[in-house]
Design a binder for this molecule. Structure first.
Ligand SMILES: Cc1cc2nc3c(=O)[nH]c(=O)nc-3n(C[C@H](O)[C@H](O)[C@H](O)COP(=O)(O)OP(=O)(O)OC[C@H]3O[C@@H](n4cnc5c(N)ncnc54)[C@H](O)[C@@H]3O)c2cc1C
Length: 392
């Protein structure tokens, strides 16, 4: 086993960490209070090529294919600015789905996403279809060279900011998961209706809205990939997104540990720094054990992908362990801070609010556990067919 990072990875990790600390961290509090996607931050990220890091060079990206390298970049960003890390992952995931598009679609949609001129959105979840994605009801009917879309999507990240949205819609009522297609819907498409901006607990540096479609017309040429293959393709492409969600959680967990160590050394009670009390020491040691374990599993899942090994179950394990760890670590960090931890002026309060979402999106941790268990038990559930399998 070789745990050594390449020189390129070490340098990238350091550069991203320095950039996030100096350029992004000072803006986090204001954005958290205001709520919403910040184009100013996005342009700063674009100045380093981060929005397009994972995109092919011919489409304006940096061509960094390694999931392990991407994981480290996200972790470093998340250490200082959770929303930027999550926004970048959302953008990369959309780009991955777009790579099944034809040349014209890639030129038109992928390039501006890579350079950071635009940002994309992905609309799958519906008010009555979250974990149960196959239950989605938004329909797309082909008529005279146009798809006519009707239905409601919720929790769409970057809706209203994005130049286009990849919409998962039912093109056949009979075929279950194989009746769902991906369509590219431009921001100004007639019949696209944006809902109110959601007011969220955490991940506040993003814009989240409901999006409705009322006889929304898009040209048939906006079909992304093959008809009926939309959901399966997206699910397969988005598996890497689970590892990157683990990285978001790890970055925040590490920030919580760093802050806790600092506070434990500085805060004096009973005439001693609280870090000298064994109960506090135990919490700090447990945080470190859990973070290091989660980091190893996350890097391993990314390494498996980079080495063309089956990694679907490992991506789910990494996502579950890292995000559950981050939640626990964040709660403990607030405890170590005592009453100050409950105050917005101290860093651990927002960490506790941010990491909660990592247990929910990219498939809840209950769904990840189902994927892992069903893979082990080798069940032939339709659910498992949808999410893929780790064994051939
Ligand atoms: C901030 C934010 C951003 C998001 N961004 C996007 C986006 O850009 N695009 C998009 O399409 N979606 C997005 N989502 C939606 C997100 O992916 C869903 O919220 C998530 O998949 C869960 O779906 P749900 O909220 O409907 O919960 P539900 O599916 O209703 O789940 C509720 C609870 O039941 C559990 N549960 C459900 N089914 C099972 C089962 N079979 N066994 C055991 N437990 C189960 C879940 O784990 C959960 O605890 C976002 C959500 C949030 C909050």
């Amino acid at each position: 086993m070789d745990f050594k990072l390449t020189e390129e990875q070490q340098l990238l990790k350091k550069n991203i960490g320095d950039f996030a600390r100096e350029e992004l961290a000072p803006m986090v509090r204001e954005i958290d209070e205001k709520g919403g996607f910040s184009w100013e931050v996005w342009r700063k990220l674009a100045s380093l090529g981060i929005p397009g890091l994972a995109a092919p060079e011919e489409y304006g990206g940096e061509g960094v294919e390694s999931l392990l390298t991407q994981t480290m970049v996200v972790e470093e960003l998340a250490r200082h600015d959770f929303s930027s890390a999550a926004n970048v992952v959302s953008n990369w995931s959309i780009m991955h789905v777009l790579t099944v598009g034809n040349e014209e679609q890639k030129e038109r949609y992928l390039k501006p996403l890579s350079t950071g001129e635009s940002v994309g959105a992905f609309a799958q979840t519906e008010p009555d279809a979250g974990s149960d994605v196959v239950a989605l009801r938004t329909s797309a009917r082909l008529e005279d060279g146009y798809y006519i879309i009707n239905g409601d999507k919720c929790f769409v990240t970057q809706a209203g900011e994005a130049d286009f949205t990849i919409v998962m819609a039912r093109t056949s009522n009979e075929k279950g998961a194989n009746g769902i297609s991906a369509l590219l819907v431009d921001k100004d498409a007639p019949g696209l209706i944006l809902g109110q901006k959601e007011d969220k607990m955490g991940y506040r540096g993003s814009t989240t809205r409901q999006v409705s479609f009322s006889d929304c017309r898009v040209p048939a040429s906006n079909l992304l990939g093959e008809e009926g293959k939309g959901l399966k393709t997206a699910m397969k492409m988005l598996t890497g997104g689970r590892v990157l969600t683990a990285a978001q959680a790890l970055g925040q967990a590490q920030a919580a540990l760093d802050a806790s160590v600092k506070h434990a050394k500085e805060r004096v009670q009973f005439g001693k720094p609280i870090g000298s009390f064994q109960l506090i020491q135990g919490m700090i040691a447990d945080m470190a054990i859990q973070i290091e374990s989660a980091r190893l599993l996350t890097y391993y899942a990314a390494w498996l992908k980079d080495n063309d090994q089956p990694f679907i179950s490992y991506a789910s394990m990494a996502k579950t362990l890292a995000t559950d760890t981050a939640m626990k670590v964040a709660v403990d960090a607030v405890q170590i801070y005592g009453g100050y931890g409950f105050m917005r002026d101290y860093p651990v309060e927002s960490i506790m609010r941010n990491v909660k979402i990592t247990q929910i999106y990219e498939g809840t941790n209950q769904i990840q556990r189902l994927i892992i268990a069903r893979d082990l038990l080798d069940e032939r559930a339709s659910f498992r067919d949808m999410y893929g399998q780790s064994k051939a």
